[in-house]
Design a binder for this molecule. Structure first.
Ligand code: COA
Length: 141
């Protein structure tokens, strides 16, 4: 799948196209949830995640997200980012929309964690968890 977003921007779910160095630089250096993540882990997750979607500007990696799923009962959205220079023009929304609405897991129950981007995900149908969802967090034990 490739989707032209105009103005040189493109979404692509080809994992072989992902610039692992660029994704690692952002996640390990900037992302509050992945600070210090080793490149080998980032590379493994690009390879082993059920699906990855990259955002490219004139061919360069400027955004990314990935999904973990068992292909049946759940899909977990992770590592969503758009580089600062490209934010605020709807690209993050399209990146996530591609993953959750247009991909092969559109009918799965999606879950995610976020510190402050609830409004973004709410636009795509995410809401507060219901009674049935539980979480085991080792940092809270
Ligand atoms: C989250 C992120 C991917 C959004 O990318 P983006 O291209 O700027 O997003 P969009 O322009 O598509 O914005 C879509 C919606 O997201 C929300 N949003 C975007 N930036 C926001 C911000 N700084 N604070 C709060 N909400 C924000 C808004 O609801 C916005 O809709 P609006 O423009 O109608 O208000 C980007 O800000 C980013 O990479 N942030 C740092 C990493 C991060 O926090 N990732 C998410 C982890 S859960």
């Amino acid at each position: 799948m490739r989707r032209d977003l105009g103005d040189g921007y493109e979404l692509d779910d080809d994992r072989d196209r992902v610039d692992v160095d660029a994704v690692h630089a952002y996640l390990s250096g900037e992302a509050y949830w992945a600070k210090g993540r080793p490149r080998t882990e980032v590379e493994r997750l690009v390879r082993e995640s059920q699906r990855v979607v990259g955002l490219y500007k004139d061919g360069a990696q400027v955004g990314y997200c990935r999904a973990a799923s068992d292909g049946v009962s759940f899909a977990y959205l992770a590592d969503v980012y758009v580089l600062p220079d490209h934010r605020g023009r709807g690209l993050g929304l399209e990146l996530v929309r591609e993953m959750v609405e247009r991909g092969p897991y559109a009918d799965r129950k999606w879950i995610l964690h976020t510190r402050d981007m609830h409004a973004l995900y709410a636009k795509l149908g995410f809401g507060a968890p219901g009674e049935r969802l539980m979480e085991r967090d080792p940092t809270k034990r």
